[in-house]
Design a protein around this ligand. Structure first.
Ligand SMILES: [Zn+2]
Length: 333
C-alpha cells in the first residue's frame, strides 16, 4: 500500500512537473511573440515615418517640376518672340536694301543726265518721252489702247520678238519705232562691234520689211552705261556710242527708270511712284519702261502715270532723231 502511495505521488509529481514545464514553455513562447510583435510595430512605425518623408520629397519634386515646366514655357515664349523679331528685322533689311538699289539707280540716272554734254532741251513747255523696251508682246496692244485713250505718244525700242507684227500698229498710230537689237543677247551682241552691228542690222531689216522704214532712233540693251558688256568686250560701249552716231543713228538713254525691270513683275504702285516721284522738279524726261510679256503691271500703272505727268504739265511725245538723247556719261567700260 505504501508502495502504491509513493508511486502515485511520484506520478503526480511528474505530472505537476510536466504541467509546470509546459506552462513555463508557453509563457516563454508568449513572451517571445510579444517581443516580436513589439519589434514589428516599431518597424511599421519607423516605415510610416519613412513613407511620410518620401511623400514630402515627392511633393517637393513635383513642385520643382511644375516650376521648371513654367520656366520652360516662359523660355519657349521668349524664343518665339526672338524668332519673330529676327524675321521682322530681316524683312526690314531686305526692304532697305531694295530701297538703296533703287535710289542708287535713280542717282546714277540723274547724275548721268546732269553731266550730259548734249545741249539741254528748249526750256518752256515740259516734255516727256515715254519709252517701252523689249517688246512687242501681248502687252503692246494694251499699251497702245491706253496711249490712244489719252492722246499720248510714245517710243517703242523693239526686238525681234514673236509679236514683232504689232510694230505696224505702233507706226500707224503715230508712235516712234526704235531699234533695240534683234537678239537682246548681251553675250552675243556685245562680243564685238561687228557682232553688235550685225544684230542691229537684223532688227533694222525686219522693221523695214514691215513698215517700210529703217529707223535711225535706237537704244542699247542695258543703256549706254551698262556694265555687263565689259564682260564680253572691254571698252565696247565707248566705241559703240561714237560708231552708231557716225553711222547716222541717234541713241537714247533715259533720266527716269520706272523700275519695272527691278524684278520680274513689280507692283504697279512701285512703278507709278518711281515715275511720278522722279518727274517732279524736272522739265524734260525720258522714262524707261518695258512692254515685254511679263510686264503686266507696267500696263496697269500706265493710266495713272499719264494722268500724273499730265497734271504736272508734261506733254507726252514720241522721240525723233533730233530729240535730246538723255545720254548716260558713266560708261565705265
Ligand atoms: Zn532691253
Amino acid at each position: 500500500m505504501k508502495f502504491f502511495k509513493s508511486a502515485t505521488n511520484i506520478i503526480l509529481t511528474c505530472i505537476i512537473f510536466v504541467l509546470v514545464g509546459a506552462l513555463v514553455c508557453s509563457l516563454v513562447v508568449i513572451k517571445k511573440k510579444d517581443n516580436y510583435i513589439k519589434s514589428v510595430k516599431a518597424q511599421i512605425s519607423e516605415n510610416d515615418s519613412l513613407i511620410e518623408n518620401s511623400e514630402a520629397l515627392i511633393a517637393e519634386y513635383e513642385k520643382q517640376i511644375a516650376e521648371k515646366d513654367q520656366a520652360n514655357s516662359d523660355i519657349a515664349s521668349q524664343l518665339e518672340a526672338a524668332k519673330n523679331e529676327k524675321k521682322k528685322l530681316e524683312d526690314e533689311n531686305a526692304a532697305l536694301k531694295k530701297k538703296i538699289e533703287t535710289l542708287s539707280a535713280q542717282k546714277a540716272a540723274d547724275a548721268a543726265a546732269v553731266s550730259s554734254p548734249q545741249s539741254p532741251v528748249p526750256s518752256g513747255e515740259k516734255v516727256c518721252y515715254l519709252t517701252f523696251d523689249d517688246g512687242p508682246s501681248k502687252n503692246t496692244p494694251l499699251i497702245l489702247d491706253i496711249l490712244k485713250n489719252y492722246n499720248a505718244k510714245a517710243t517703242f525700242f523693239v526686238i525681234n520678238s514673236a509679236d514683232i507684227g504689232y510694230i505696224q500698229r505702233i507706226h500707224d498710230e503715230g508712235h516712234t519705232v526704235g531699234l533695240h537689237t534683234a537678239s537682246h543677247n548681251y553675250a552675243q551682241l556685245y562680243s564685238s562691234t561687228d557682232a553688235y552691228f550685225n544684230d542691229l542690222k537684223q532688227i533694222s531689216d525686219k522693221v523695214e520689211s514691215i513698215i517700210g522704214i529703217r529707223p535711225t532712233v535706237m537704244r542699247f540693251p542695258g543703256g549706254s552705261s551698262n556694265k555687263v558688256s565689259a564682260k564680253y568686250c572691254k571698252g565696247i560701249m565707248t566705241q559703240l556710242v561714237t560708231l552708231v552716231q557716225e553711222k547716222g543713228y541717234s541713241y537714247f538713254d533715259w533720266n527716269i527708270s520706272s523700275g519695272d525691270a527691278d524684278s520680274t513683275t513689280p507692283s504697279y504702285t512701285y512703278i507709278r511712284n518711281n515715275v511720278l516721284n522722279n518727274a517732279r522738279n524736272k522739265n524734260s524726261i525720258c522714262v524707261l519702261m518695258h512692254d515685254a510679256a511679263a510686264k503686266t503691271t507696267t500696263v496697269q500703272a500706265l493710266p495713272e502715270i499719264i494722268e500724273g505727268l499730265t497734271n504736272m504739265g508734261y506733254r507726252l511725245e514720241a522721240l525723233t532723231p533730233e530729240a535730246y538723247g538723255y545720254h548716260h556719261q558713266n560708261l565705265n567700260n
